[in-house]
Ligand binder design. Structure first.
Ligand code: GSH
Length: 140
């Protein structure tokens, strides 16, 4: 019996979803992509109650959070490894991944900037976004 393809829920605007799409494509995994608006799609809340994208549905298993999904894919599809075997290189790779996931994206994403909608001008929002992207990539 053919196994169902994993389904990735994401959106074009979401860097977190892009990470997982990149991992799936580097590994050559055949998957289905479903574009959703996590804030407004009532069906998506049943898949991921925290209402963030991405989420991966693999049969009856649902996993959210881009880094968790990527590490799951790494274990499930060992071809074209993404995580180095050398423990120091692996540690540094995970450091970079975590800085992107924890110290850049959340601080300049909708969760923070959206909270200030109407209170920050577009230039002020841009300043916040640039501050965290610049700090994360320049100083790590
Ligand atoms: N740590 C999570 C963050 C997920 C996240 O913040 N996703 C954003 C898109 S990149 C989202 O769903 N934003 C919708 C919102 O904040 O309402 C991951 O890496 O997947």
């Amino acid at each position: 019996m053919a196994t169902a393809k994993p389904i990735l829920y994401g959106a074009w605007i979401s860097s977190c979803s892009h990470r997982v799409r990149i991992a799936l494509n580097l590994k050559g995994v055949d998957y289905e992509y479903k574009a959703v608006n996590p804030r407004t799609d009532p069906d998506y809340e049943k898949i991921n109650p925290i209402k963030y994208i991405p989420a991966l549905v693999d049969g009856d298993f649902v996993l959210s959070d881009s880094l968790a999904i990527i590490l799951y894919l790494e274990d499930k599809y060992p071809q074209h490894p993404l995580v180095p075997k050398d423990i120091k290189t692996k540690g540094l790779d995970l450091q970079i991944a975590n800085i992107v996931c924890s110290s850049i994206q959340p601080l300049q994403g909708y969760g923070v900037i959206g909270l200030h909608e109407g209170r920050l001008s577009p230039d002020e929002s841009l300043e916040v976004v640039q501050r965290y992207i610049d700090k994360g990539f320049r100083e790590q």
